[in-house]
Design a binder for this molecule. Structure first.
Ligand code: G3I
Length: 316
């Protein structure tokens, strides 16, 4: 068949990538990003985060994010908003504000409703990374001040601002079964029971070649029993450097298996990789000695993982 991902997607699943507007001046990068036969949805990796959208209380700035939105609109690509509330990339006036519970909940409500209300009809990572590895709630200015009430406030504010937006909670290391996945399962179950608006669970998918969990499909199926959508939201599969042909072949198998897990679970609506070329990956700067996590290398050449993605979507 045709050598592109869309031609291999059977049914309504989407495939896309995170990107940054400051990468758009890279003409080779931009040319590939315009290829809607590979990328049907975009996520701004940074420009919709709190430190970009409300660096000063009450002063909202959307120019950088709009560049990504316009790129998507020009090419008929969908958008994922990322994110309303997260413990990282917060301006100091939020993280060090010393607000009481009621005031901080109002600040969360104002922030989420303004940002979600500004960008219409998107899928949103409303709350990002609320959990610790053991499934307990992560300590943050939000949790330490409001308990888990910030989660409900953010979701209700987003729903009020845009009833059409799909509202997700997003986290990493919840790809396979385990304590952190149980934490997410129990949170979403309790939110649903309370009538708090929640439409989906975002599974980030920052994985390691040769160590991809074998329980991903079972775990996605378990999440789906809650009556929510599932999405792989930040997939990349890093390897110990140096790159070898064996590692690239294993990486291809790993991408294929993760994509197939989403393909096999009807509630899984699609996969977003966390940028597409190794040239712009966050991994080397964070994980010393690891890298090469994406389907295109730093010279924009497709790696075996690209074929793994196509084969993973194809119902054999
Ligand atoms: O834009 C500024 C630039 O103006 C400044 O000169 C430069 C040097 O200070 O910093 C630039 O901001 C950086 C930003 O990326 C854009 O490049 C920040 O320092 C840097 O911290 C930020 O890193 C981002 C990281 O989240 C922060 O934790 C990565 O790009 C981004 O890919 C990564 O994405 C996260 C998801 O949001 C949540 N899941 C995990 C994932 C990986 O950490």
């Amino acid at each position: 068949g045709q050598l592109n991902i869309a031609a291999h997607i059977v049914g309504k699943k989407y495939f896309g990538t995170a990107t940054n507007e400051f990468q758009f001046t890279d003409t080779r990068y931009r040319a590939e990003l315009n290829n809607t036969l590979d990328f049907g949805i975009l996520t701004p990796a940074n420009s919709m985060k709190w430190d970009s959208t409300e660096a000063v209380q009450g002063q909202f700035t959307f120019d950088a994010a709009e560049e990504v939105v316009h790129q998507a609109q020009r090419h008929g690509q969908m958008m994922r908003g990322h994110n309303c509330v997260w413990h990282s990339q917060l301006p100091d006036w939020v993280s060090d504000g010393g607000f009481d519970k009621a005031t901080l909940l109002q600040i969360v409500d104002t922030h989420c409703s303004t940002v979600v209300g500004h960008f219409r009809n998107q899928i949103w990572d409303v709350v990002n990374e609320p959990f610790n590895e053991d499934g307990t709630f992560r300590e943050s200015v939000f949790y330490n001040t409001t308990g888990t009430d910030y989660i409900e406030s953010a979701l209700r504010a987003a729903r009020r601002a845009d009833p059409k937006a799909k509202l997700y909670i997003n986290d990493y290391n919840i790809e396979g079964t385990g304590a952190k996945s149980d934490g997410m399962y129990n949170l979403v179950k309790s939110l649903k029971k309370k009538g708090v608006p929640i439409d989906g669970i975002g599974v980030q998918g920052h994985l390691i070649v040769g160590s991809v969990p074998t329980t991903i499909e079972a775990n996605l199926r378990k999440f789906a029993t809650l009556g929510v959508e599932i999405a792989l939201t930040e997939l990349d599969i890093r390897m110990d450097l140096p790159v070898t042909q064996d590692k690239l072949e294993q990486q291809k198998k790993d991408y294929q298996n993760v994509i197939a897990a989403c393909r096999n679970v009807p509630a899984c609506i699609g996969v977003t990789i966390w940028d597409w070329t190794d040239k712009y990956s966050w991994v080397p700067g964070v994980f010393a000695g690891q890298g090469s996590p994406l389907p295109w290398d730093e010279n924009y050449q497709k790696k075996p993982a690209y074929a793994g993605i196509m084969e993973g979507f194809l119902i054999l």
